[in-house]
Ligand binder design. Sequence first.
Ligand code: ADP
Ligand code: MG
Length: 270
Amino acid sequence: MKTLETKSMVLLRHHLKALRLPTIGAECEKVAHQAAADNADHLTYLLQLTELELLEREKRAAERRLKAARFPTIKTLDTFDFTARPSVNKTLVTELARGEFIDKRENVLLVGNPGTGKSHLATALAVAACHKGYKVRFFRATELVTTLIEARDERTFLRLKTQLAKLDLLVLDELGYVPASKVGAELLFEVISTAYERTSLIVTTNLPFESWTEVLGSERLTGAALDRLTHRCRIIETKGESYRLHDAKTRTRRTRNPDPVAKTGTTQTD
Ligand code: ADP
Ligand code: MG
């Protein structure tokens, strides 16, 4: 009996490997003991194993999507302090985190001064999208422009454009920090045009609309880019002072007047 069991186990492992079901392979014995103890029937046992395999698969796929998105730092909504940024509508952000705007090919534009949480919110929404199964890529706008210019010279431009076209969501962070060159501006405009009604964009910027011409150079290009970006677009304004400054001030106040009751200060980590 013992040898028979061992032989079936070896065969089972082989079949599960051939079928690419590693989690079932790893868990089947443990779950079998539990099922015997619970008096669970065969179908329940099979259901539990397939559920474990699916969960593990989804987890690994989400990890791959998060890696492919190349976030500079992972940020999530649960570390965003909405009370510190009352201009940001929590209900809207929570709704956006469900990802339906991506199915509708809508865009999100985050406008506000430096340090007011634009990149945090953009990343958190994009991370949520990765978990929901969307293909995401995060770029600093200047980084994308440089990559596009280099790709054009290396003639790998088409490959990069094909990669971009496969995305569900493209994040362009810090549009406007550095004015793009004429070529850079045209390439950036091309990305925005190609994405229009095909790929959702999340754009963060510290520039008010009237200053966009400084980035894209020409009024014609700026008008056309803004037209595409803001058509079907949710705009979130992060008004107020920099969070780092606010955080530093709060910490200084706490050090000066230590509050013996409040042991847990800010949980913010960078
Ligand atoms: P911006 O992109 O607008 O310049 P960031 O998103 O980079 O600002 O924010 C600066 C730092 O402050 C980041 O570490 C970010 O996580 C943090 N931060 C900003 N706003 C908040 C907030 N409301 N709650 C928690 N952390 C915040
Ligand atoms: Mg930023």
